[in-house]
Design a protein around this ligand. Sequence first.
Ligand code: PLP
Length: 444
Amino acid sequence: MKYPQIVLEPPGPKAKEIIEKDNRYIMQSFSRWFPLVVSKAYDFIVEDIDGNKFIDFNSGIAVMNVGHRHPRIIEAVKSQLEKFTHYSITDFLYEEPVKLASNLFRITPGSFEKKVYYGNSGAEANEAALKVARGHFQGKRPYIIAFTGCFHGRTYGAMSVTASKPIQRKNFYPLVPGIIHVPFPYCYRCPYRQKLESCNYWCVDFIEDWIFEKFISPDEVAAFIFEPIIGEGGYIIPPKDFFPRLRKLADKYGILLIADEVQSGMGRTGKWFAMEHWNTIPDIITVAKAIASGLPLGATIGRADIMDLPPGSHASTFGGNPVSCAAANAVISIIEEENLLENARRQGEYILKRLNEMKEEIDVIGDVRGLGLMAGIELVKSKDEPLPNRELLKKVLISAFKKGLLVIGAGKSVIRISPPLTITRDAIDISLEIIQESILKNIK
Ligand code: PLP
């Protein structure tokens, strides 16, 4: 198949019709980068309603890790649909979620005994993690420490630990109490204005020296919650000792680590879970997005000894839906059998090499970063004036869309690259060329 293929400048006439109705019928509380109206998709190609074929550098926001419409996902889903579609593990039992649990325990870091809770989304997985953390300590540790820059979802608990963009909380107060935010290590724009060479991880020491000394007692803190790599907030990768040091601090005071791997998990970074890059084992990992290839499912996986909420205290009608669990079991087999972790690593290294070359040549690229197929290009006014270049980001994404590449933004001015893990070298070359042309065109 030839890709990309633009037959009618998007949005075409059929797309315009849907856009107009969507605007009228659907609450517009999301922010869209460009008007794509999807009609079908296959592997890393998405077709719009007017017949244009795009390369997918989004994966439906880090969801379609095994590619769109993978035949084995379709087969697993069909086979489950023919048996039964729902019966609620809140009150009854069936096989798929149990099978999925042992698969998840095998691929998540930590050799200890684990238990899982199933919800329907990333936000729900995080809600459950927060309840488990507070519930495990039976109310004796009411505080949660979260990080500025991290995004955890939009329900009340998840929103309360989120600190990515003010609009996500504006007008929704009061939020869940007992949550304290500390700065995340964003070394390109260090919140403490330090340099990594000399900071000695002040971002970790600050918590002990200032929060625990001046503000709250560490024995009242249930958990730290964080994204291993910030996703929505700008594809930000912490430096190499950050998580080992945070683990040490947490252990010193008996505080749990909750790693929100909703975006960075399920192979996205070339390992099953991003925390493996830091050799740090969290107590709880939250997973959603790519877990079931687009079917709704969230999982909160934790040490068996802390996943001890009492009967009746937490549940969800649809959590652990058999069709979603069947898809998730297929996702895990596909990633393993098609060596997609290896492909994510290999293609990710290539992307990063190419991005570094682009950064040398183009003054408005301030920083590039990536682990596996989670890569970002931070656009700035210029290397001498590295202020975020939001206007340019919008223009670049629209230009790329018109040329047949689906790629969106993150943070203030970051191009976020997260294609399916099946992406090929050829598709990457074409896509990076489009990104480069789109940047150059819009700075002329
Ligand atoms: N956590 C992270 C890291 C995410 O990226 C997201 C979604 O973008 C969420 C949580 C929320 O997931 P959901 O939209 O499925 O509730």
